[in-house]
Design a protein around this ligand. Sequence first.
Ligand code: MF3
Ligand code: CO
Length: 255
Amino acid sequence: MIALRTASEIEKIRESCGIVHEALDLAGSMIAPGLMTEEIDRALDGYIRGRGGVPSFKGYRGYPASTCISVNDQVVHGIPSGRRLLEGDIVSVDVGVVKGGYHGDAARTFSVGAIAPKVERLLAVTREALELGIQAARPGKRIGDISHAVQGYVEENGLAVVRALVGHGIGRQMHEEPPVPNYGKPGTGPELKAGMVLAIEPMVNAGGWDVVTLDDGWTIVTKDQSLSAHFEHTIAVTEGGPVILTRGGDSGGAM
Ligand code: MF3
Ligand code: CO
């Protein structure tokens, strides 16, 4: 069953999402060559708790950290560590917050110093694919319309969408129905209704779409070791169109 949230529930989700957005801004302000990924994790954990939230990833199915930080060919679920960022790296930071019983979830991929133009393009295409997926999230449309919008744009640009991991409904729990794949056919899947809240999260590889899990049981990497980017927003489907909750302010601001 896909939950339909009331306006007051969506405001509670928005509150958690605002903390996620600010934590990602903090990560962006810290990222520089030489920084250890666990330093980002520590800072964001402190920030989230200082805002009255709880980092929802910590302890989720035994996950050991407060954020997921995935570098270069790491797609998602990278465990923060003593690894130092290097000029030219890309780093995906994924943050979940629960406050007042409601969850928010978002991710961004940042560049470390100057990156190659084709890597810049990987990030831009992934960000735009998310934007197009969000624009498809309207009452009367279907989940497959979101999936198709994401996949079509990514593949037109010669890049590949990861298939093993999907977006999700979110609200009282971090992961709720329905799954939101980043590939699929238009007009298929559950119908979208006002009040649905979804985490849409394209993961895009510069090479092939296939991924493998490392021996730590968490870190997902590209099978061909190509670079991978990840952008995620929590959005509400409303009669007036999609509303991005993990963007802060009036949701008209920058990603
Ligand atoms: N943000 C991830 C998602 O969207 C969840 C992270 S898994 C965790 O589904 F174990 F790290 F929490
Ligand atoms: Co998510």
